[in-house]
Design a protein around this ligand. Sequence first.
Ligand code: ADP
Ligand code: MG
Length: 697
Amino acid sequence: MVLNTDINYLQGVGPKRAATLLAELGIRTVEDLVTYYPYKYVDRSRFYTIREANENLPYIQLKARIVRFEKRGEGRSQRLVATIADGTGTMELVWFKGLKFVTERYRINQPYIIFGKPQRYGRLLNIAHPEIDILIDGAEQKIQGLQAHYNTTEKMKSSFLNSAALHKMIYTALSDPTLQIPETLPDDMVRQFALMPRHDAIHNIHFPKNVQLLEQAQRRLKFEELFFIQLSIIRQTKLREQKYRGYIFGTIGDMFNRFYHECLPFALTGAQKRVLKEIRADLASGKQMNRLLQGDVGSGKTMVALMTALIAVDNGFQACIMAPTEILATQHYQSISEQVAHIGLNVRLLTGSTKRSERETIATELQNGSLQLLIGTHALIEDNVVFKNLGLVVIDEQHRFGVAQRAKLWAKNIQPPHILVMTATPIPRTLAMTIYGDLEVSVIDELPPGRKPIATYHYFDNKREALNQFLKKQIDAGRQVYIVYPLIQESEKLDLKDLENGYQQVREAFPDYKISMVHGKMKAADKEREMTAFAEGKTQIMVATTVIEVGVNVPNASVMVIENAERFGLSQLHQLRGRVGRGADQSYCILMSRYELSNDTRKRLQIMVDSTDGFVIAEADLNLRGPGDIDGTQQSGLPFDLKIANLAHDGKILQTARTVARDLLEKDPELTNEENKCLTLQLAKLTKSIINWGVIS
Ligand code: ADP
Ligand code: MG
């Protein structure tokens, strides 16, 4: 049997299961099947007692009886809790879904084998959504060693394709004595880095004989996965560099110089100066610039964007700045057109609500070249927006844009313009290296002078009264306040209700103040009106969902209250917090949460209290949640699925894989050497599925 064999032909699979596997997991061939790796291993050689259990243990198994079932909470937070006992103590099992199914299926007092990850909620330990098996006397003796567990979908489970069934299929495939699993890496590389051969690694990843062999198998497969991604990304980047020349912006001319000497409203920070130097070097190099500018909220990225645009204009080119929301684009437009009024730069704004006549002016001026800087939303990437000679594209808060949208901007010229991508969601290095490949990164790691770090506190509802008093004091001192409620896509209706309830409560608590409200379901014009009222200080309190997360600038606002903070990701909390602290006054961020919190959530909120450094927070987020959940990647998606490597934990392997890939391409750019031929096949498979953000962003 070869790896390419259709799983249809595998014993015990059959057409129906094959169809389900294809539809649910994309598994078509034996190779797909045996490279579908387990997501965890349960040490089934040992049972724990409830007394021994603690939240620091990984998955454990217990022998216990259910003492009682109980429903707790209401609405969204309704859950089923089972108390279990084994003679050494009690703990709880918790279900948030399938409550009816659970109560019907499991019996009080029946002994069960219970698997799961213990967590601590308040004083009690619990396991959420445990796996439960009936305990049959003597059965536990049969199960031994490390047992692999596989992710399955609801559909699969309902047709009995559970983890155990998958395990069995994989066993069937791997025990075929004719099955060949060829090596994908050059022999020298395998030897030099002491990698387990692929054949052995695949066997051990599914059926580890012991922990050491499992670890070797994991290391080998992670290395392979990361190596091919790096090889692909670095190779594409090199090809792009050969193919495209960059416009050379060699002059620093009138616009830039006059702006710098006559209009700059403040002295640039050292970090802004350094980044501008890096950008200038790129622009003059003859290579097309492709640079990511990371800088915390409020670090002054817009000024860098503007001055870069002035360089483009000085060299006879047009520039554009694209922002993710209308509000943000409008704010950029207002502040920038004010700042450049004196030097006579022609700037215009293009958004979804730009009037027809203005659109026509923009179209004409873009094509005759008299429009020098166009600011806007994704309206900029529509096909009918045609530039005469676009030389620079700045993309603000890049993670809000999908990959395809950015690719469209890229295509607005025969020769691609220079690209500057700006983000306030710092991306941990491992992630940046993997997503962006060889994209150059600049960092603004310094805030403008005079900013006081935002003081952050985490409170429960019992502090509500004190909080309201505090807010009143701030408002009476002339400040303004944000109060933000979560908005999660799946339950928009419920969230909106939360927001409206919140709004009512705020009105009752603050009868003497004016309150604005903004949420995503409002018409753009209404949103605009509310935002403007707040920005102009006509209202004192802004009740909102996360639509205000990005970019809005109201320096007079000094308090950010985040309700249900436990429901936000770290980067999102950080972004929201960045809405305050923009003026010279002391600002505050108050995280309100319910009392019962999981360990991870507690840690997350604590990190916010402890740190205001976006990079520290991004690293912590990656560690706690894994790369798929990091804000900024989930929206536009990681450009590929990692089957086994984990960017939060495998930074070292990634670094090695990257270095090896780079060296190899230095020596053999076309991969034509005999020993590297085996790489091209694997690379071809992969390249189809990888989108290189470094190339298209
Ligand atoms: P972000 O990096 O979050 O986009 P902005 O560009 O919006 O930050 O800048 C935040 C605020 O700081 C703006 O009001 C801007 O005018 C101001 N600012 C930027 N650079 C400086 C500086 N060097 N000194 C003082 N204030 C600055
Ligand atoms: Mg900004």
